[in-house]
Ligand binder design. Structure first.
Ligand code: SAH
Ligand code: SF4
Ligand code: F3S
Length: 476
């Protein structure tokens, strides 16, 4: 057994959840057999791919209980918000949306309203819901996800409010049902939690300590995906380069990638997120040598100034980061590089911010994900003082976008006229008359085509480009 036993959820707990699923299903089916319409579940997800993946588990459990998925809140018999705590505006949105459900609950008291995820893992937020949002029936934190069936059963059978926020380092549960989004691409969690405690970040507090799934469990899941027709997988973790450190088995992330590359049917493998301090030569060599591993890397730099990086507790300097990027580019010249940037970290000056712009110009990322610093109570940075005003931070932020938008456009422009292999995911979310897919580098391409292309690789000639996407036509 390569999985450490103390991180695995006990078989008794899993059995109790199966029984709760079955009890709810029997109750629902009794009502269906009397002619009641099928019950519907609406799950809204905020935040990162980890939450998207957790919502797939929630939806999987709900499907086994006899609920159908709906995209319309007003139709739903159960509404769940899976929340994110990474920035204040994500939290405000959830409180706003929850407030708006008061009317729905008044009109249809039988609707069950639940809130879960990272925000609820913080006691203050859960308490606020308990006190001020009395129309919410169920509140549970990230560590209670696997207990969802028994929590929901308590709400349904005893008609009481249920609040479950438990303080633990976190567990792993295998063989939970998943209802994945449609399409040829799937997310596969390889590890949970984070041990890095970057000084601005709430994630380690709401997601617990790093814990890796066993290689055997991951390989079995990917084999299953391959046999169901999935073509692309993204291995997921807050810091995938720490994979395996907590396992009894001697294995690292590069070894895991090599194992997954052997699985027939899976043609593209991506992963996120990588921490710059942990990215090893072995990983870079593995990326270069395995043709299934997409030449795409998301390597969050956060800031370009060494004093700021130290205050952020990032454990690398600007020079060390750029050295790693040079090494990666030397081995994979066409690699797509993306990053995360925080503007206005407490104490950051305009001169220090200029170092971030310098990193952008030196690396020439394809895309950046940038955020104005948001104070997270309980993190070390929350007690640090600002130098820049809110207005100055906004100005820095728009200067950042000006520099990056130009680079993103130029990098896309260089692809014009090229023929790229695109995995078609479906119709475009913004224009349902065109198909949308991704290149190996993860760039979105929109092109004309028919249903038959969905789920398949097609060769697309790039005819025009935008800052955020490419436009092309299929080449037979
Ligand atoms: N584990 C990943 C992702 C963490 S959250 C990583 O380390 O890269 C995603 C991004 O949100 C972070 O990379 C960071 O840029 C941003 N972020 C985290 N905390 C923030 C805060 N308090 N204010 C603004 N942005 C923040
Ligand atoms: Fe947050 Fe840092 Fe962990 Fe990423 S590595 S989740 S930014 S603490
Ligand atoms: Fe947000 Fe939680 Fe992800 S705080 S970014 S949803 S791990």
């Amino acid at each position: 057994m390569s999985q450490r036993k103390d991180t695995l959820l006990s078989p008794q707990i899993i059995q109790a959840q199966k029984e709760a699923i079955s009890d709810i299903r029997i109750k629902n089916e009794e009502q269906y057999s009397l002619g009641a319409p099928r019950k519907k579940a609406f799950v809204e997800t905020y935040g990162c791919q980890q939450n998207v993946s957790d919502s797939e588990i929630l939806m999987g459990m709900l499907a086994q209980m006899g609920y159908e998925k709906t995209e319309q809140k007003d139709d739903a018999d159960i509404i769940i918000y899976n929340t994110c705590a990474v920035r204040e505006n994500a939290e405000l949105k959830v409180f706003g949306n929850l407030g708006a459900l008061k009317h729905l609950k008044a009109k249809r008291p039988d609707v069950i309203i639940g809130v879960c995820g990272c925000m609820m893992q913080q006691k203050e937020n859960a308490d606020q819901i308990k006190r001020k949002y009395k129309h919410v029936d169920l509140v549970f934190g990230t560590h209670s996800l696997y207990y969802f069936p028994s929590l929901l059963k308590d709400v349904i059978m005893s008609d009481t409010r249920v609040i479950d926020v438990r303080d633990t380092d976190g567990k792993i549960a295998e063989h939970y049902p998943l209802q994945r989004a449609k399409g040829p691409c799937a997310w596969v969690s390889v590890m949970y939690g984070c041990n890095n405690f970057c000084s601005y970040c709430i994630v380690p507090y709401v997601r617990g300590r790093e814990r890796s799934r066993s290689k055997d469990a991951i390989v079995a899941e990917v084999e299953q995906l391959a046999s169901s027709g999935y073509k692309e997988i993204t291995l997921l973790g807050q810091n995938v380069n720490s994979y395996g450190k907590d396992l009894d088995e001697h294995i690292d992330f590069a070894d895991l990638l090599n194992a997954v590359c052997k699985i027939d049917g899976i043609e593209r493998i991506r992963f996120m997120t990588s921490h710059p301090k942990d990215i090893s030569d072995k990983l870079i060599d593995t990326m270069e040598s395995q043709s299934k591993i997409c030449k795409q890397l998301h390597l969050p730099v956060q800031a370009g100034n060494n004093r700021v990086l130290a205050a952020m507790n990032r454990h690398y300097t600007k020079e060390e980061y750029l050295e790693k990027i040079d090494k990666i580019k030397a081995k994979m010249p066409d690699i797509t590089l993306t990053t995360d940037i925080i503007v206005g970290f407490p104490g950051e000056t305009k001169e220090e911010f200029a170092d971030t712009l310098d990193v952008l110009k030196k690396v020439r990322y394809d895309t950046i994900f940038s955020f104005i610093y948001s104070k997270r109570p309980g993190t070390p940075a929350a007690t640090m003082d600002d130098v820049l005003t809110a207005q100055e931070k906004k100005e820095c932020f728009s200067a950042l976008l000006d520099v990056q938008d130009k680079i993103s456009y130029e990098k896309n422009k260089a692809l014009e006229g090229k023929i790229l292999s695109v995995l078609t995911e479906g119709y475009s979310k913004t224009d349902s008359t065109v198909l949308s897919g991704r290149t190996e580098g993860g760039k979105i391409v929109n092109f004309a085509g028919s249903d038959e292309c969905i789920g398949k690789f097609v060769n697309v000639k790039i005819t025009d480009v935008r800052t955020w996407s490419l436009i092309g036509e299929i080449i037979e």
